[in-house]
Write a protein that binds this ligand. Structure first.
Ligand code: S3P
Length: 172
């Protein structure tokens, strides 16, 4: 697919547990720039953890904080690798911000791998209780949510370095 490539940042999108944070750090090292995690920016700006924001203010306020944090990050002039949260793609405004300011890369992975990865980190408010059941339901709800990316990579059988190689090739 050949879509126009904006210069500037690289934004990584994808479902929870597809490796966005890990890949962002390796890609940033390769590109000699900084990696920024939008979830971490939200925590810093709101002085509260993500589970706390969900619990005390609800998902819609979390989403508002997410858009504010993303907009600020995209506005920075130095090129960045931006790891977004899995639901950042749901708001049209966020998709627009990403497409205008960055080369958007979607990371995908098999549900089994996603479940194995997210099970190691129990802090995701949307995956409480029946983790596998929730992953399958959300994957179905978000089936096409990541389709707007300039480049999509299935990371299931790839190493982090191989994923970074593919992104680097996509940037050329
Ligand atoms: C969410 C994904 C999380 C975090 C929040 C909501 C989602 O980020 O933003 O728990 O809606 O998919 P990761 O994709 O980094 O886990």
């Amino acid at each position: 697919v050949s879509k126009e490539k904006p210069s500037g940042h690289v934004a990584l999108i994808g479902f929870m547990g597809t490796g966005k944070s890990t890949v962002s750090r390796e890609l940033a090292a390769r590109l000699n720039c900084s990696a920024i995690d939008v979830d971490a920016e939200i925590v810093r700006r709101e002085c509260a953890s993500i589970p706390d924001i969900f619990a005390s203010r609800g998902e819609s306020e979390f989403r508002a904080a997410e858009t504010a944090a993303l907009a600020d990050v995209i506005e920075r002039t130095e090129p960045l690798v931006i790891a977004t949260g899995g639901g950042a793609v749901l708001a049209e405004r966020n998709r627009k911000l990403m497409l205008e300011g960055s080369f958007v890369v979607a990371l995908k992975a098999d549900p089994e791998q996603i479940i194995a990865r997210v099970s190691q980190d129990p802090d995701r408010p949307l995956l409480q209780g029946d983790v596998a059941g929730r992953v399958y339901k959300l994957l179905e709800d978000r089936k096409h949510a990541y389709d707007f990316a300039h480049l999509a990579i299935d990371t299931t059988h790839l190493t982090v370095q191989e994923v970074v190689d593919l992104i680097e090739q996509g940037l050329k």
